[in-house]
Ligand binder design. Structure first.
Ligand SMILES: Nc1nc2c(c(=O)[nH]1)N[C@H]1C(S)=C(S)[C@@H](COP(=O)(O)OP(=O)(O)OC[C@H]3O[C@@H](n4cnc5c(=O)[nH]c(N)nc54)[C@H](O)[C@@H]3O)O[C@H]1N2
Ligand SMILES: Nc1nc2c(c(=O)[nH]1)N[C@H]1C(S)=C(S)[C@@H](COP(=O)(O)OP(=O)(O)OC[C@H]3O[C@@H](n4cnc5c(=O)[nH]c(N)nc54)[C@H](O)[C@@H]3O)O[C@H]1N2
Ligand code: SF4
Ligand SMILES: [Mo]
Length: 698
């Protein structure tokens, strides 16, 4: 399976002389049937670069140099420091910050280490910047996390609402499947794209709706208003399978299309048209990602999308359903293993005493050992480090000094910490520079394990080549560390397969039950979709076909949600809204894709997209270098002036961190304000001003 995005494509890899020589699509994999995008094709040159981290390194004192040390010393030093910090300040002075790019087994061992060995729920991941609002949205509306739909639904849907997703660039193989459906039945299939920018995704759209950033709830509520007024709701479904109709109706009554138009900047007519197309479709799907989730009302935006599906009965049948697109390859696996500070394995909650007891028995640790209060979310970990409440952080498989909002805060946090452990495949990165202990990790495909893609499908990834130097699989590093901490019995894993078996057994009876799976079975039967509750169970294409939801009364919840303005509205000093995101040929913080000559040459530098009229007002011409200033900092980029972005909005990709050049980083500008429910930061809207500069800074 591809190590990049959550589409989860199957790959065929040619190995020559112990190296990955060639990558192509696996025709037998049900996520892609042989197709792949450029990022996967160009994997070979990025795997063995001169900056691979191949030895453990240690800095004995701050300001000193990192020195190569043997594994034993690196782990003993870390264990001693962690013990000291726990003795002096308690277990919650230690935090772990992990990633949706870890394998499921790695995730599981890391979360178990934090909770059972160190004794803290301060175990959070970059999924907090990514999927947290979707997970919280599913929990609140449906009673549990878990995307209900499947890729097979894309082949039969009649209406696609693509909202806050640049599917063409970020989930290219999913997009191809939607495009194929549209081209096969152009009149029977409607595609609606909601994005302040015109992207490649809008290429296939019948309706492109360039709304004001952040105003999705006003749009979705107004669409629901139209459907209610026109009698296009499924009254039977609402009465039998949902709760909350009366409260929700009271709110949507106040969102006629004219009000929706005023709040979104769209026309009332296009809102009515979109609503009618959605409402009259035999089967409708919504697909969304960061334009929805990365918002201070991200959880509410998710509710507004799910409301639309519940009120029209568009869920739990072929071609229908709300379907959040997972960003990272294994963000789904992370949620299954308890990869957020309030979760335990098997979609269990830290706050649930009965769930804690089950996990304690499974882990054979004393009753009451698991801490009962949810830990710190991603930003709270870094705020805690900056204030001194948290003293140590262990970062694995993520690069927060490039990917977090408000990088000054993150750098301060890392400088201030008593202990920074970083476990990565490359060095230097923006984050490894701050490490006291640097642990070399094996990366894809130097280790084996499982990942779950957007459609709940688990794929087994075999180990194909040896890791370079002394790099070790993350599971091995974490297991050795647990032993170094004196905890042996619960960490006797001879292989990743054994870790998987322990987790799979713990999912029995939960919504994400895959107790019927093992590495052997996945190798034999190929990738399968959970729930898979028994060894002879074929897997589950679609959730909620029986229309029973995992809430106490079995009904899904219609949640009344209101529009709210972005946290940082524009004003005379900062007149434009900056939104940030991705480009087609790069992956996140560039530790990998920039090292492929082909990918680098397609997009060598960050480009700021600016609307024509905004450019005129600021005296900026296409190709000029522009300084972008927010209340937190500055960035400089060359600009692309166009009509493809909504007036008042500009867009900067966030891939370039400070290591590429201090002023290339979009996260110099972004703010760390967040959703109070999901704790996900509002990376998609902050207020900025632009100024032309003669030359880029050196
Ligand atoms: N090429 C590539 N693909 C990737 C990744 C990558 O780094 N590179 N990363 C993966 C990961 S982890 C993720 S999370 C996904 C992200 O996938 P996407 O969410 O598709 O990517 P983004 O570019 O972050 O944002 C999507 C769109 O949201 C729009 N947007 C901004 N604000 C709003 C708003 O208020 N409302 C609406 N409706 N739209 C808005 C932006 O203009 C942008 O086009 O991609 C995955 N795939
Ligand atoms: N402004 C802005 N900021 C954003 C976003 C945005 O849209 N706008 N999007 C956010 C989102 S959705 C996401 S998901 C994050 C992503 O942000 P990050 O997770 O910080 O980005 P990556 O570059 O994917 O970092 C992965 C790190 O793991 C390392 N690595 C690779 N393989 C392995 C391995 O097997 N083991 C270990 N230990 N390390 C490995 C890589 O070298 C790299 O350093 O960024 C977030 N930040
Ligand atoms: S679409 Fe995603 S999973 Fe598929 S090859 Fe491209 S990056 Fe990999
Ligand atoms: Mo993400």
């Amino acid at each position: 399976m591809c190590p990049y995005c959550g589409v989860g494509c199957g790959l065929l890899v040619q190995v020559r002389d112990g190296r990955v020589a060639k990558v192509k699509g696996d025709p037998a994999h049900p996520a892609n049937f042989g197709d792949v995008c450029a990022k996967a094709v160009h994997l070979p040159p990025i795997l063995r670069t001169a900056d691979r981290l191949v030895h453990p390194q240690l800095r004995h004192r701050r300001g000193g140099a990192l020195e190569r040390v043997p594994w034993e010393l690196a782990l003993r030093f870390t264990a001693d420091r962690v013990r000291e910090i726990v003795m002096a300040h308690g277990p919650d002075a230690v935090a772990f910050y992990a990633s949706g790019q870890l394998l499921t087994e790695e995730y599981y061992v890391a979360a178990k280490l934090a909770r059972a060995v160190v004794g803290t729920n301060n175990f959070d991941t970059n999924s907090r910047l990514c999927m947290a609002s979707a997970a919280a949205g599913y929990w609140r509306s449906l009673g549990s996390d878990g995307p209900p739909a499947a890729y097979a639904d894309l082949d039969v849907a009649n209406c696609f609402l693509l909202i806050g997703t640049n599917t063409a660039d970020c989930h290219p193989i999913t997009f191809k499947r939607i495009r194929k459906r549209k081209l096969q039945s152009p009149d029977a299939v409607t595609v609606i794209v909601v994005d302040p920018r015109w992207t490649e995704t809008a290429d296939i759209a019948d309706l492109h709706m360039p709304l004001q950033p952040g105003s999705d709830i006003a749009l979705l509520n107004a669409m629901l208003h139209v459907l209610w007024r026109e009698g296009l709701l499924d009254a039977n479904f609402v009465a039998k399978h949902t709760s909350g109709w009366a409260q929700m109706r009271a709110v949507i009554e106040r969102y006629p299309p004219e009000r929706g138009a005023a709040l979104t900047g769209l026309s009332p007519e296009i809102i009515v048209t979109a609503a009618l197309r959605f409402g009259r479709a035999r089967a409708a799907m919504s697909l969304w990602s960061m334009g929805i989730n990365q918002s201070h009302v991200g959880t509410d935006k998710n509710a507004a999308i799910i409301n639309l599906h519940l009120a029209t009965g568009q869920i739990g049948r072929p071609g229908a359903g709300p379907f959040s697109l997972t960003g990272q390859p294994n963000a789904m696996g992370g949620r299954e293993t308890g990869g957020l500070a309030h979760l335990l394995p098997g979609y269990r909650l830290v706050a649930d005493a009965a769930a804690r007891a089950v996990v304690e028995r499974h882990w054979a640790i004393p009753a009451g050992r698991l801490p009962a209060t949810p830990g710190r979310s991603a930003l709270e970990i870094f705020e805690g480090l900056a204030s001194g409440a948290v003293r140590a952080v262990w970062i694995m498989c993520t690069n927060p000094a490039a990917s977090m909002p408000d990088l000054d805060l993150v750098e301060k946090a890392l400088r201030q910490a008593d202990l920074v452990v970083v476990q990565d495949a490359y060095h230097p990165t923006e984050t490894t520079r701050f490490a006291d202990v640097l642990l070399p990790a094996a990366q894809w495909p130097e280790k084996d394990g499982v990942m779950t893609n957007s459609e709940r499908r688990l794929t087994y990834l075999p180990k194909l080549v040896e890791p370079p130097g002394e790099a070790l699989p993350d599971t091995v590093i974490l297991t050795r560390f647990a032993h170094e901490m004196g905890v042996k019995e619960p960490f006797q894993f001879a292989s990743a397969a054994e870790v998987f078996d322990e987790l799979a057994a713990l999912t029995a009876g939960t919504v994400c039950d895959y107790s019927g799976l093992s590495h052997d079975r996945l190798r034999r039967d190929g990738p399968l979709q959970w729930p898979v509750p028994a060894p002879d169970h074929p897997g589950t294409e679609r959730l909620y076909q029986d229309r029973r939801f995992p809430t106490p009364d079995g009904r899904a919840r219609l949640v009344a949600v209101e529009h709210d303005e972005p946290l940082e509205p524009v004003d005379a000093s900062f007149p434009l809204t900056l939104t940030t995101g991705r480009v087609r040929d790069h992956w996140h913080t560039l530790t990998r894709t920039i090292k492929s000559p082909a990918l680098r040459s397609r997009t060598p530098e960050p480009i700021l997209e600016v609307n024509l009229r905004d450019a005129q007002r600021a005296g900026i011409q296409d190709g000029d270098f522009v300084e972008i200033t927010s209340r937190r900092g500055k960035a400089v980029a060359q600009c692309l002036v166009s009509a493809a972005i909504r007036e008042g909005t500009c867009f900067l990709p966030f891939h370039w961190g400070r290591q590429s050049g201090f002023y290339k980083s979009a996260n110099n500008l972004t703010l760390s304000g967040r959703d109070p429910i999901s704790q996900q930061p509002e990376l998609k809207a902050c207020a900025v001003r632009l100024r032309r500069v003669a030359e880029p800074p050196a």
